[in-house]
Design a protein around this ligand. Structure first.
Ligand code: AKB
Length: 331
């Protein structure tokens, strides 16, 4: 279905006769461009506004509205929400697990103060607020195989601590002020056209680029390190489906979601179906210590039963899709 312009607003699908106006913070990261594309197909191009503190590449500017937005500037955020009649806020700005350890004060600012700002702005203007959480919100005392929604968390990275803080603050604002806060705990996300920045699960994406260039991947995790993972299309669809779920479908505000779990050696074996002479050298570094505290298998039963989450990409289909997407770039 194509979107039909109706004056101030643009109508999306029949499900959304009055499409929401969405602001995405930190949208130049791994997920923002893809989410904006998906949401623009559903809610109309002008209704989804990408934002970041960085300068966007030309294709981003050509594909729809983009604004400068600093999540540390609450007044600036308020201004955008008022001027652009924002209804939903997708708060992607965050420093990931590995990079967060390298700059703890900055991680605290972006991941904690930034969350305080979007919570206050969302409360003031009655927005629906999405803040992603992560497998990194669990720690060495959590059950790792499987890891349920409700269990001991106590993470030991600043990233994990800040994400538990976001989960609890969002749920508090939901109980106390009725804020429509929603959070998904994402696993490692694998994408072809965007790169993650400073995560512990990044190897699962880098191995594809290395396989298609040098045919040699230096893996910073041990070959048997099992982590939950998901192909980006599933991550984005989960996010939109979850945002569209009616509040009475939700028994919680923070859900685990996942698609698969694999180790570096299992992934390498799958990639070798396309690049048989791929060599993987294992050189575990500080990220091994982070991965060793994280879930190995994620239990997302509640997401599946409450609002119908279903993954589409398993390990073989994810690898096939990544190869198809990346091959033309390198040949
Ligand atoms: C990271 O590795 O830090 C992220 C995550 C799993 O949250 N990809």
């Amino acid at each position: 279905a194509t979107a039909v312009a109706t004056g101030r607003r643009t109508r999306g699908y029949q499900d959304f006769p009055d499409a929401p106006r969405v602001l995405i913070t930190g949208s130049l990261g791994q997920l923002g461009t893809g989410l904006a594309k998906l949401m623009r197909e559903r809610y109309g191009r002008e209704n989804v506004i990408m934002s970041d503190i960085n300068k966007p590449p030309r294709h981003v500017l050509e594909n729809g509205p983009f604004l400068f937005a600093d999540v540390l500037d609450q007044r600036g955020l308020r201004e955008i929400v008022v001027n652009y009649e924002i209804d939903w806020l997708i708060h992607f700005s965050a420093l990931l697990s590995a990079i967060g350890e390298q700059n703890v004060p900055l991680a605290m600012q972006v991941n904690i103060e930034g969350v305080h700002n979007v919570l206050e702005v969302s409360k003031t203007f009655g927005l629906k607020l999405f803040i992603p959480s992560t497998i990194g919100a669990f720690g060495p005392d959590s059950p790792r195989n499987p890891t349920p929604d409700m269990t001991i968390q106590r993470p030991r990275t600043i990233y994990g601590v800040s994400k538990v803080h976001a989960e609890l603050m969002g749920e508090y604002y939901n109980h106390r002020f009725g804020l429509d806060f929603r959070s998904l705990r994402y696993p490692g996300v694998i994408s072809a056209d965007t790169m993650p920045g400073g995560g512990t699960t990044d190897y699962a994406l880098m191995i594809f680029h290395d396989a298609l260039t040098t045919k040699q991947h230096v893996c910073y995790l041990r070959p048997d390190t099992r982590l939950p993972m998901m192909y980006v299309d599933d991550t984005l669809r989960a996010t939109v489906d979850f945002m569209e779920a009616s509040p009475d479908q939700l028994t919680m505000r923070t859900y685990n979601v996942t698609a698969m779990s694999f180790t570096p050696e299992e992934l390498a074996a799958e990639v070798r179906k396309y690049v048989p002479d791929l060599e993987v050298i294992y050189q575990p570094d500080h990220r091994q210590n982070i991965a060793d505290q994280w879930p190995m298998v994620f239990d997302d039963t509640n997401a599946r039963s409450d609002w119908g989450w279903q993954h589409r990409f398993d390990l073989p289909l994810m690898c096939e899709t990544m190869m198809k997407a990346l091959l033309p770039k390198y040949s």
